[in-house]
Design a protein. Structure first.
Length: 199
């Protein structure tokens, strides 16, 4: 089977990575309603929010797994966060990956931010985001860009005590919006373009 037009990504086993803990990082907003209220307040002064997130992929038993954060045993999300106005997307994502996953007190980790995999839009001050801008929307309130992050063969990752870092297999994510939401459950689709090499 030809893979000439299919980009290749090397995945390393989950067992190659070491996981530690560090001090808790409470969520900035105590609820979804509070987050949307803050978004509305910030939009009035800063305009559309730009958020960046990273997809970190490993493998276990020869199947891709996405590393994602779990909060309060129910809420799942990719590492990342909102950018400051004018902040570079790639450098901003590296900083937010370090904030969430670098060992406490150590040097920042070196992250290789790769391909942009998807862009999601929040048309209004509501929970729903879409992989397109609805035709009647001229001023979306948030744009989220999701990048593939290429991992080295070994890395120490430290997770805040109030969170868990889970390796979720693609077959568990796929079409499972009831558990993971529409954004995370769609991750297998943009990842399908890659030819994964398992080390």
């Amino acid at each position: 089977m030809s893979t000439a037009r299919q980009p290749t990504v090397t995945l390393h086993p989950l067992s190659s990575y070491t996981f530690g803990v560090k001090e808790p990082q409470p969520e900035e907003d105590p609820s979804v309603a509070a987050r949307l209220s803050r978004l509305q307040t910030e939009y009035a002064t800063q305009g559309m929010r730009i958020t960046v997130e990273g997809i970190l992929v490993v493998h276990e038993h020869g199947h891709p797994h996405v590393l994602m954060l779990q909060i309060a045993n129910t809420f799942f999300k990719l590492p990342g966060g909102a950018l400051k106005p004018g902040e570079d997307e790639v450098e901003g994502l590296k900083q937010r990956l370090n904030h969430k996953l670098s060992p406490a007190g150590g040097d920042p980790l070196d992250w290789e931010v790769g391909e942009l995999l998807s862009v999601w839009w929040r048309p209004n001050f509501e929970t729903h985001m879409y992989p397109f801008v609805p035709a009647h929307i001229t001023k979306p309130k948030e744009m989220k860009k999701v990048y593939l992050v290429h991992l080295p063969d070994k890395k120490l990752l430290s997770v805040p005590k109030n969170m868990k870092l889970l390796a979720v297999p693609l077959f568990e994510l796929y079409d499972n919006a009831a558990r993971y939401g529409p954004q995370l459950s769609s991750l297998p689709l943009p990842l399908a373009r890659f030819n994964f090499i398992y080390q």
